[in-house]
Design a protein around this ligand. Structure first.
Ligand SMILES: [Zn+2]
Length: 171
């Protein structure tokens, strides 16, 4: 058994995981697939959102998805990244999704494990927002061990936020 890790898409602070800091349940966005929702904030508008995964990921597929039904524009834009253990989108591992994205990447296939997906939009001051942040979800992955909604600091490309089990025999 091996693990695949997805790292923080920028340096910021965990605002909520399966619950928000006030203890209420964190919304799972159906259109983004999977679960294990997380918000990462304390970050500036126009910060790049970077998909970054560990070296077992050899290729990815990017797909756009809506996020927040009460909004149009950037706050309703999400990008799902499907991860594969072989080049050219062979051997599916799992997916990670990022919500509230402007200048989002086109749908496409890439033989890489790092890719800029877009940028953070300005705060919408709407029901989808407690301020500028990215919403993430994982399909087949789980949130790693940072304390639940502890205001944990995460660092771009070095703190992992989701972990996926992988066995090469599954391919
Ligand atoms: Zn969220």
């Amino acid at each position: 058994m091996a693990y695949v890790y997805v790292y923080a898409p920028f340096s910021g602070t965990i605002w909520g995981k399966s619950t928000y800091c006030n203890g209420s349940a964190h919304t799972v966005v159906r259109n983004l697939e999977g679960g294990s929702p997380m918000d990462i904030g304390n970050v500036s508008e126009n910060t790049s959102i970077r998909f970054m995964a560990s070296s077992l990921v050899k290729s990815i597929r990017t797909r756009r998805a809506p996020v927040c039904a009460t909004q149009t524009g950037d706050w309703n834009q999400g990008v799902i990244v499907d991860m594969f253990a072989q080049y050219n989108q062979q051997c599916y591992i799992g997916s990670v999704a990022y919500g509230h994205v402007k200048n989002w990447v086109a749908n496409g296939n890439h033989n890489t494990r790092t890719l800029t997906l877009g940028k953070l939009p300005a705060d919408c001051n709407c029901g989808c927002s407690d301020g500028i942040h990215v919403h993430t979800q994982a399909k087949h992955g789980t949130i790693t061990g940072l304390a639940q909604c502890a205001g944990s600091r995460v660092y771009s490309g070095s703190t992992w936020i989701y972990r996926y089990q992988w066995n090469s025999g599954w391919c």
